[in-house]
Design a protein around this ligand. Sequence first.
Ligand SMILES: Nc1nc2c(ncn2[C@@H]2O[C@H](COP(=O)(O)OP(=O)(O)OP(=O)(O)O)[C@@H](O)[C@H]2O)c(=O)[nH]1
Length: 646
Amino acid sequence: MVLAKSKKSVGLGNQLMKDRFGKGKGTDQRRGNAVTRINHATGEQYVTNDKEEASWVKMRSVTEQGALDEFLATAELANTDFTAEKTNNVQIIHPSQQNRFLLSSTQEKAVRSKHKQLKHKLEVPRRPKWDKTTTATELDMLEREAFLEWRRNLAELDEVEDLLLTPFERNLEVWRQLWRVVERSDIVVQIVDARNPLLFRSEDLEDYVTTIDLKKKNLMLINKSDMLTERQRKIWAKYLKEHDIEYRFFSAALAKEENEKSEEDSDTEGEEEESESEAEAPVAETVEGSIPQASKKVLQDLLVESSIAGEPETRTPEVADVDIGILTIDELQEMFLTLAPARDYSERKLAVGLVGYPNVGKSSTINALCGAKKVSVSATPGKTKHFQTIHISDDVVLCDCPGLVFPNFAATKAELVCNGILPIDQMREYIGPVGLVAQRLPKAYLEAVYGIKITTRPLEEGGSGVPAAHELLDAYARARGFYTTGHGTSDESRAARLVLKDYVSGKLLYCEPPPGEEDPSDFNRELYTLNNIPARRRAEILNALGALSVEDADMVTLSEASIRQKGDKSNRLDKDFFGPGGSASHVNRPFNHKYSEQGKQLSSKKAWQLSTLEQNTDLKDIRLSGKKHYKGNTKGKKKALRNAED
Ligand SMILES: Nc1nc2c(ncn2[C@@H]2O[C@H](COP(=O)(O)OP(=O)(O)OP(=O)(O)O)[C@@H](O)[C@H]2O)c(=O)[nH]1
């Protein structure tokens, strides 16, 4: 039986034709993916593969493009025929570009000196000049042309000079937002990550701001400063002062806690006096106060273990008059008012533009300034998409720009991944970035944070003492039971993602020193104390170490802990670590502001520890008192004795 076809039914072919050439398609005519548009400035028709998209789609951040996308985007920007642009845009892959994940130290030196020479070429795109007579279409054309020229210049740095650049923003719409923010703001605040401030700073943006209006001010706000020690802040402060960079240290996370605390305090009755004095304490002091004196003991043994030759210097720069404090919210607001350029503010409030890479903490800073959660905060870079204004007081309005990556030099792709600039979830090559983590962080610290034991290749077999990426990943994956399905080998790729995320979030902490200042391992020395590993891990280590009071334990170096771990024939420490739930610890900020709370948690164990202490009054004896995990480990004993004597 043949069914009669309904006249109303529409076949796929018809539907496609209707979709492409049907009514209501405006001036655009579609053929396949290509759309014919009219250039209103010249009246000419041109073909593009771009669709008219919703404004939020237009604002998508474009940082890395495949060769074809790059080519199409350039052609589209240039409003030209594809073939005309084709010859100019063929990408030549240099053999040297193929492995940019890690460099040897000589290669790195050479690259860094080339960066210095060509620094002036790292420009942000300028908005072309316009006046009242310029029509919107003319301005649009001018902007596209200028943007295209800017992209060509940067492509030259990449291709001709063979230098690796940050995956800078390639979407004109995002830069247009920045232009608006800069034009509107009296002060342009570049928010940077304290772990590597200069990588996140655009010097040229500062020039651009003052080119638009000499009265406009620049400020580098070093966010996440809770991750820096006081000494590290001093070293940075000295460098920034010497280079005439207007800066301030800030921590949106500490400011948030401060907000929450004062809210709690205002809710609590009867304890006003006490809570008031705490709330008034400057944040910087709170941070310092949170790190017990004992934790400032430098981990010399750890450094020796990390094969760093020589006695590290503990010298702190003389910077008596420089500002090293972490600003409170009130102090930051005052700072804005102090910096405000002279003009009549009766008509318009002081406008403060907030600019920065994705994930540096713009939203968190705004939330802290607002005193409430106004902007959604996320651990995924690139959440803020639109320029928005937020009135934080009667005097100040904030202009929040979408997070955007500025053109800057990077030594390697590994550095970009580790700094959270290249997304970890889209990463295919993980050995380079994890290798960098393993190079930067002392082995004992990695072992203590994760509660793992990393087996490295012995020195006599060519090992260097520094774990190779796969040695770290293998230990991590096995401890957590991550195995590949087919082969049953450890799932290093899964482990790599988690390790790198911990590095980006600061759970594994490393901070870059200013250029030309001290060696990175000396600069970070204070970070690798027992106090800075997650509280739970610390408690586990202390448990495994046995009879030490909390205060004494602060003096125990991680390396010592790791020696004991190695020497433990009964594997007691490992069992403690790898037991159920043993890997679930979590910390956001190694310099946990709530140290006193951690201390409290630990002190619940103190009674037991003290009772053991009573039996072993001599600390050296306690350390070497024939605990199970020392038995037969004479080498470990000797080393531990040396540590104890130090
Ligand atoms: N330790 C620490 N972490 C912070 C601080 N400020 C922000 N973070 C963390 O950094 C991550 C990114 O913060 P956001 O405020 O979302 O960053 P953003 O710059 O607004 O990001 P986009 O919206 O992508 O532009 C979050 O995981 C925050 O918890 C800080 O002062 N200290």
